[in-house]
Design a protein around this ligand. Structure first.
Ligand code: GDP
Length: 358
């Protein structure tokens, strides 16, 4: 019945629309008009106050965006929590995140770069920078240099009680012996009963001389006499054991300060457990603070390096290494990783960083 020209249709039959279909139009109209204000009338960005992962992702996809603190917060919070589960002291995890935020804020995010990976890379770089020693302390080289001056190289081991001072002093002795150096031990823990005997046992096992004067003597004087004896005997190294002391113990800290000022050792090693969390910061801060306050010389000798013990017992909770280095600025020079004399290692900075960020 269709007529394919300009003439109007002859009758109504040509309209095949079902009256029921008109509801469709109604529905469409409702959808179009009742769905809130037109996006045309909104400012770009208005109504997007809550920035969640989606907006961060968008920023990362769009590229060419300047990073703001609020963009970085979710990724940094996640990173801070991860560092704390690895036993990094909270105060330090917080400070690290703040410095990473400061280094990224205002920077342009590259195209197709996710904020979380930018934050992770910046943190990785910061951790590597902190853990890599600024100046190398090469003990073997320094021992040779002292030897050429006709002097023994003197190391003083300090730290709180029970952290593994004497055991690890013996491990260091064993390592030096393997480098054909002559080593002497000085029993300057004249405070805790049994300490001298304990050191004597190590000396006997390792077949090295020990200088001891029993208990209740001034440890500073015992160390001085030990160094004099080592000079006479042409010992290459003197390893000085000291009493374990709490960082708040004023009389014992004074005695340690005296020992260090009087004897001017080549190296002051802080022995600390890898198990400590927040307390690591307090221990090291107070040791350094007391050595500074109680010093009788204008430029106080502080801690030069760290010996981290019981590393074999902590699984992936490697945070103490970071906390200690961060707070003292001193490198981890040895890592104790077991109870036998061979269980002494160097710190593997890359592996620590990898574990911290895993
Ligand atoms: P000090 O009081 O600081 O001299 O501590 P000790 O040298 O007497 O050590 C205390 C305990 O820690 C001893 O049972 C040691 O065998 C143990 N120890 C020391 N170093 C390590 C280590 O690296 N790993 C493990 N698992 N135990 C250690």
């Amino acid at each position: 019945m269709r007529v394919w020209d300009d003439k109007p249709p002859k009758n109504e039959k040509l309209d095949f629309t079902d009256p029921a279909d008109e509801r469709g139009e109604e529905v469409i109209e409702k959808v179009l008009t009742n769905q809130g204000d037109s996006m045309m009338d909104k400012d770009e960005g208005a109504g997007q106050k809550k920035k969640g992962w989606f907006s961060s992702m968008f920023k990362s996809i769009a590229g060419n965006n300047v990073l703001e603190k609020s963009d970085l917060q979710p990724a940094l919070k996640a990173l801070k929590d991860r560092l704390m589960t690895k036993n990094v002291a909270e105060e330090i995890a917080e400070k690290l995140c703040e410095s990473v935020a400061a280094s990224l804020e205002g920077k342009k995010l590259g195209s197709f770069t996710r904020i979380s990976s930018t934050v992770q890379t910046a943190m990785e770089e910061a951790l590597l920078r902190i853990l890599t020693p600024r100046r190398s302390i090469d003990i073997l080289r320094d021992v040779q240099a002292a030897k050429e001056r006709g002097k023994p190289y003197v190391v003083v081991f300090v730290g709180v009680n029970g952290v593994g001072k004497s055991t690890n002093l013996a491990k260091v002795a064993y390592w030096l012996l393997q480098h054909n150096l002559s080593v002497m031990m000085a029993a300057c823990d004249t405070f805790r009963s049994g300490a001298v005997e304990q050191l004597r046992t190590h000396a006997r096992r390792l077949q090295i001389p020990i200088f001891e004067k029993g208990y209740e003597k001034d440890p500073a004087v015992v160390a001085k006499e030990a160094i004099q004896e080592a000079t006479r005997n042409k010992s290459d190294v003197v390893l000085v054991d000291t009493a374990g002391r709490m960082q708040d113990n004023e009389p014992l800290m004074r005695a340690l300060s005296k020992l260090i000022n009087l004897n001017k050792p080549d190296l002051v090693l802080f022995v600390g457990e890898a198990l400590v969390g927040n307390d690591a910061v307090d221990q090291l801060n107070k040791f350094n603070q007391k050595l500074a306050d109680l010093s009788t010389v204008p430029t106080a000798r502080l801690i030069d390096g760290i010996l981290l013990t019981k590393f074999d017992t902590i699984d992936d909770k490697v945070g103490a290494a970071l906390s200690m280095v961060y707070i003292s600025g001193s490198p981890v020079m040895f890592v104790g990783c077991g109870q036998s004399y061979t269980d002494l290692k160097k710190l593997n900075v890359k592996s620590i960083v990898k574990t911290l960020l895993k």
